[in-house]
Design a protein around this ligand. Structure first.
Ligand SMILES: [Zn+2]
Length: 237
């Protein structure tokens, strides 16, 4: 009996070790699916990607190293302090490349820049190729940094825009000259609407808040993408 008990414990130990080894090996092949692994811009989007990006709010050097590693062309912006509840210390401006740009040039917090990098490469470009057969050359925005409250009112929570933690995307310019705009093309059964819904849904993987025309009429003409420092689960609608 005693021998059986020891044998059984040994058996359990072997099972536990095998299980641990299997999880370790699986995790090495799927770092994006584990919450404790380091973020890499080369990895696919996983369930913890947006949380790892939110943690970069307190790690400007780490955040910049990620952009450097990804080959993003940017300049560090001087810190802004425009009032008691406005400003940022981790702003970057994304420079235009021959193939891709933001208009106006995106001036955002570094975690938003990381989110945009992943969104552009892993969501927007593949979706554009699939739906239209050509890449996106330019993303038109309503800008990022604004010292104002949420919903534009004078009261309420201060918007993530007040810390350059958000950007409002209005339209996509394709390589063939076509323009796909949130205001003009969100509804309908066509490929323009399908593309817009797909890039909205995809943004939920790397931004903590994504608001579209489905959320309310204030967002009828843009996608609001933000990287709240609180982290946690993302809110997408
Ligand atoms: Zn916004």
């Amino acid at each position: 009996m005693r021998f059986a008990s020891i044998g059984f414990r040994f058996f359990l130990l072997v099972i536990a070790a095998a299980l641990g080894l299997a999880i370790y090996n699986w995790g090495r092949g799927h770092p994006q699916d584990l919450p404790w692994t380091r973020l890499s811009l080369a990895d696919p989007i996983g369930p913890f990607t947006h949380m790892k990006i939110a943690r970069l709010h307190r790690q400007f050097a780490t955040c910049r190293a990620l952009l450097d590693g990804g080959g993003e062309d940017y300049v560090v912006l001087p810190p802004q302090n425009s009032g008691p509840h406005c400003g940022y210390a981790d702003g970057v401006r994304l420079e235009s490349s021959r193939d891709f740009s933001y208009k106006p040039r995106a001036e955002v917090s570094c975690p938003v820049a990381v989110g945009l990098f992943l969104w552009e490469k892993q969501i927007v470009e593949p979706a554009a190729i699939r739906h239209f057969g050509v890449p996106v050359r330019r993303i038109d925005t309503f800008g990022s940094y604004a010292c104002r409250n949420m919903r534009g009112g004078r009261e309420g929570w201060l918007s993530e825009h007040a810390h350059a933690n958000a950007i409002d995307v209005a339209a996509f310019r394709l390589a063939d000259g076509r323009r796909v705009g949130v205001a003009s093309d969100w509804t309908g059964d066509g490929r323009d609407a399908a593309f817009l819904h797909e890039v909205r849904d995809g943004a939920c993987g790397m931004f903590s808040t994504v608001l579209s025309p489905d959320y309310n009429s204030l967002h009828r003409d843009h996608l609001h993408l933000d990287q709240a420092a609180r982290g946690g689960w993302s809110f997408c609608r």
